[in-house]
Design a protein around this ligand. Structure first.
Ligand code: SAM
Length: 378
C-alpha cells in the first residue's frame, strides 16, 4: 500500500457502477509514489508484512515448485524473487511504474533472470504467454480496500489464473471496533483553533485592508470540519484503546470475489463495550489476510497477516480511526448496533467514503439517541 497523492481529482464515473478511470490521471495520482525507492523501502521494512509473505511462500513451497507464478504489482520484485527461490519454474512480475527497471536489476543481481521476467505495464493491459498456477500480490491499502488495487488482482485472476490455481493471499477480512482516544479532543481543539484564527484573520483583513471577508466563513468552516472532524486518521492504536468486541465488516474469498463485491461494502454489526466507565470516541478499522491455498490444494502451513492493534507487531497500515464529536459516555455491557457503509469517492475511485450509524442500548436496557456520521478516507 501507499499514501498516494490525491491533489487533482478528475476521475469520471459511469453512473454508479465501477468507475471508468482516466489512465493518465490515475498514473499521476496513484502510481507516482510507487515509482520511488523510498516508498518501496517503507513497505520492505514492515517486518510483519515481510515475515507473513516470506513464511507464506517458504512454508508452502509445494505451491511454487515447478509452477508458474504471476506477481501483480511486483514493485521492487521481492515477491517474485521469493517465488523463484521457492522453486517456481517461471515468474511473471508485472509492475506499472518505472520501479520495474529496479526490479529487473534486482532480479539479475540475484541471478534469477532466467526464471523471473519483469514486465513493465498495467496488469489490465499486459498479455502473458501462458496461464499461471499461482497469483501472488500485495494489494492491500489502508483499511484493506483503499487504493482499489484488488480490482487489478481480480482482473489478473480472471484472465490468467488456471482453473486449479491458487491465490496468495487467499482470503481477506475487514474489522471494526469501538475505541477511546485522546485524538478526539486534539482534533476538536485543532478545529476550534483554526476557526479562532479565521476570525482574527477577518478582523485584520477588515482593519488593515478594508475588505470584509466574513461571507466566506461558512465555506471555511466546512473545509476545516472536513479536514479535522470528518476525515479518518491513520493511527497505531494501543490494544487498550479498543473498548469493545471487534466485529467483521467484510470477508473476501480472493479466488471468487468480483469487483461488484467490493464496490459498496455494507454491514450491520454488533459489539458490546467491555471497559467500565469510558468514552466511546469513535471506531477503529483494520484488516487481516490469510494464506490458505485453495480447498483442493491447501496450504501446508496457513499464514495470517493481521494489522490489528498490537504493541509489538504494528504495521505500516496502522488502523483507520473514525472519530465521534462529542465522544459518548459508555460502560461495560452497553450494546452497540452499528451500520456500516463504504463506497468509493466519486472524484477518485481509489479513495473511500464511509457512513457509520450507531444505536447504543445501555446495559440497563435504556436506549441512547442514535447517531450517524460520514467520513472520508483520504
Ligand atoms: C503495495 S505495492 C507492493 C510491491 C511489492 N509487491 C511488495 O510486496 O513489496 C503495490 C505495487 O503494485 C503496483 N501496481 C498497482 N496496481 C497495478 C497495476 N494495475 N498494474 C501493475 N502494477 C500495479 C504499484 O505500482 C506498486 O509498485
Amino acid at each position: 500500500m501507499g499514501s498516494f497523492g490525491n491533489a487533482d481529482r478528475a476521475t469520471s464515473t459511469n453512473g454508479g457502477s465501477a468507475p471508468v478511470v482516466d489512465k493518465e490521471v490515475d498514473f499521476a495520482q496513484y502510481f507516482c509514489t510507487y515509482a520511488f525507492l523510498y516508498h518501496q523501502k517503507e513497505m520492505l521494512s514492515d517486518r510483519v508484512r515481510m515475515d507473513a509473505y516470506f513464511n507464506a511462500v517458504f512454508k508452502n513451497k509445494h505451491h511454487f515448485q515447478g509452477r508458474t507464478v504471476l506477481d501483480v504489482g511486483t514493485g521492487s520484485g521481492i515477491l517474485a524473487i521469493w517465488s523463484a527461490k521457492a522453486g517456481a519454474r517461471k515468474v511473471y512480475a508485472v509492475e506499472a511504474t518505472k520501479m520495474a527497471e529496479h526490479a529487473r536489476a534486482l532480479v539479475k543481481s540475484n541471478g534469477l533472470q532466467n526464471v523471473v521476467e519483469v514486465i513493465e505495464g498495467s496488469m489490465e493491459d499486459v498479455t502473458l504467454p501462458e496461464k499461471v498456477d499461482v497469483i501472488i500480490s500485495e494489494w492491500m491499502g489502508y483499511f484493506l480496500l483503499r487504493e482499489s488495487m484488488f480490482d487489478s488482482v481480480i482482473c489478473a485472476r480472471d484472465r490468467w489464473l488456471k482453473p486449479t490455481g491458487v491465490m496468495y493471499p487467499s482470503h481477506a477480512r475487514m474489522w471494526l471496533a469501538p475505541i477511546r482516544s485522546g485524538l478526539v479532543d486534539d482534533k476538536w481543539n485543532d478545529y476550534g483553533g483554526a476557526m479562532d484564527d479565521w476570525h482574527r484573520f477577518l478582523d485584520d483583513t477588515k482593519t488593515s485592508y478594508g475588505v470584509d471577508m466574513s461571507v466566506l466563513t461558512n465555506h471555511f468552516d466546512e473545509e476545516q470540519q472536513r479536514y479535522y472532524l470528518q476525515t479518518s486518521l491513520w493511527k497505531n492504536l494501543h490494544p487498550h484503546q479498543v473498548i469493545g468486541a471487534a466485529a467483521i465488516v467484510k470477508e473476501i474469498d480472493c479466488l471468487t470475489a468480483t469487483v461488484a463485491d467490493v464496490l459498496n461494502v455494507r454491514a450491520n454489526l454488533t459489539s458490546i463495550i467491555n471497559s467500565p466507565n469510558t468514552r466511546l470516541c469513535g471506531f477503529g478499522g483494520w484488516f487481516d489476510v490469510h494464506f490458505r491455498g485453495r480447498k483442493e490444494d491447501p496450504a501446508q502451513q496457513e499464514i495470517e497477516l493481521t494489522t490489528a492493534p498490537n504493541t509489538e507487531n504494528s504495521t505500516h497500515w496502522g488502523q483507520q480511526v473514525f472519530l465521534l464529536h462529542p465522544p459518548i459516555h459508555v460502560s461495560e455491557g452497553d450494546d452497540l448496533d452499528i451500520s456500516f457503509a463504504m463506497d468509493r469517492a466519486k472524484e477518485n475511485h481509489r479513495l473511500m467514503e464511509v457512513e457509520l450509524g450507531c444505536k447504543i442500548t445501555m446495559s440497563s436496557g435504556t436506549p441512547m439517541p442514535p447517531f450517524s456520521k460520514k467520513f472520508h478516507i483520504e
